[in-house]
Write a protein that binds this ligand. Sequence first.
Ligand code: SF4
Length: 238
Amino acid sequence: MSEESDRLLLELRGEIGECTRCKLCATRTTIVFGEGNPAARVMFIGEGPGREEDLQARPFVGRAGQLLTAIIEKGMKLRREDVYIANVVKCRPTVDMAFQRDRPPDDDEKAACGPFLKKQIGIIRPRVIVTLGNPSTQYLLQTKQGITKLRGTWCAYGDIPVMPTYHPAYVLRNGDMKSPLKKDVWEDIKMVMQRLEGGQDTPAHREAPEPSLERLVSLKDDAKAASGPDDDGQGSLF
Ligand code: SF4
């Protein structure tokens, strides 16, 4: 299954080619396709590559990436290569095409590139998706609701459970490594771990899902009640 998924992902990368389907082709150094286990049980989805990602052709390798890696490795006790990490758009969006400041992807950019993400999800078929921040959450769930409202609540993309949480870059912008938002992210991640450990899997054989905003039963209170591993005093492990 893993080999077949690997093959299909390579095929998809070939389909993208040296893409010029949206204006972000003018601001990129490289296309950042995504990386990780092609049969990952959990998939993290951000909005788009930043400067470091654009240079290295790898997702989440800047400061925000280091925090995401800590969430995965210190918090979830997984290896980064066990999960799959991707973005809604695969080229770097910058303000005024000036290559200085990053910005969230525009709707037309998400519309042009998003179908590639959906194909990745259809190939990998993760048991849980974690959306990071507004752009990926709103795109995948087809909602205008903001991340502050949605985080910590189980949603669904087709039949795949989705846990929206804050983007690591947003966490860092609000207090850096002492950010109080880390505690919220850790609460959300504990719910993801609980779901993965609890075997509440989605069907093994399914068609590529269509987007929908379907609230599932919130496990937030259960997660709060569950005893977690020791934390760092700020209520998080990373
Ligand atoms: S962001 Fe996506 S659609 Fe736009 S140019 Fe890059 S690969 Fe193509």
